[in-house]
Write a protein that binds this ligand. Sequence first.
Ligand SMILES: [Zn+2]
Length: 103
Amino acid sequence: MPKRTRDPFICPRCGTRVEPSKTWQLVSPFPDSKGRITITVMGSFVCPECGHKWRGVVSKLKVGGEEVELETGSGRKAKLGAEKKEEKREGVIFEIDIDEDEE
Ligand SMILES: [Zn+2]
């Protein structure tokens, strides 16, 4: 599979890797075909090198049903265990640790 997904952490202007200065979550109001709700984690970035500002999708979570599907900005998917059913109602927050050197 060709790697086409743009890394949201990379400055589109100069290629510097930037951590998001701010992140927030967008929760889709409608479930998908499998009855899962998509939570999109957005990030706001400011490049320290060239000052360019942009926003990007940091990750996507699909919550509901049997499992939680996590899609990172680089197109990688991970399945989280099914023991997440007792999630807190307000602001579902996952600690996401992306290991880029894998594979
Ligand atoms: Zn830049």
